[in-house]
Each structure stands twice: as C-alpha cells, then as structure tokens.
Design a protein around this ligand. Sequence first.
Ligand code: CO
Length: 140
Amino acid sequence: MIGRLNHVGVATPSIDDSIRLYREMLGATDITEPFDLPPQGVRVCFVNLPNSQIELIEPLGEDSPLTGFLAKNPKGGQHHVCFEVEDIIAARDEMRAKGATILGTGEPRIGAHGTPVIFVHPKDMGGVLVELMQQPDEAH
Ligand code: CO
C-alpha cells in the first residue's frame, strides 16, 4: 500500500518566520507562496527539495487542528508524515480493517496537493500522525 514519501509536515506559529528559517539556515531556494486551506484550518506552503517536500503549516482560524499541537509545542515542530497511496478509499478501508482510527469522519478530504487525503491517528502508528494521500495522476 505505502508509496513515495510525499512530504513531512512541520507546524509553525508563523509561516513567514519558518520560510525565513528554511531560506537562511538551510539555503532553501524553492519555496511556494503560502495559501489558505480553510476546510483544514491551516495556511500552507511547500519547501521543494530534490526528492520530497517540507509542508509548513500555520493555524488558520479559531478551531484549527494545529491549536492544540502548538499549545504543547509553542515553537512548532514536526507534525506529520505523508505517504502516497494508489487508491485512498482502498487504503482507508485496509487501515480500518487492521484496527486503525481514521481522524474526522473518515471521508477523504482534498489536501494541499488537490488530491484526497486521510489522517491516521498517531496512537495506531507508533506516535506518528500519518497522512495518506492519493498519488497525483501524473505519477501513475
Ligand atoms: Co500534509
């Protein structure tokens, strides 16, 4: 089921400060413009790397899912890892059959890459919040 590592999600209280950090400390040159994802309650941008991406995520709105994480990690921190799967529904059903909890309603939502995603509860994945993302069509 598991495919490419698509990105690593990093939560931050300030996406602008984090962009500066990745530019100045790590010399990142290819960083996308931040954009809002209101249904997910986050503001997002991507640091493009030769083999993957870092997804910088800042809370958007009062009931952002990042609010609790940033209360525990005020400076931000590593939040989730995202793996591509061929079929998001099949992946969800397989995870459920193996006893994993899918966050929210369990219905896939459109993620930052415009393809459906689900999140698997960290308690079922060794403490790691796992995002599964249907791989983009051009990757087939
Ligand atoms: Co993500």
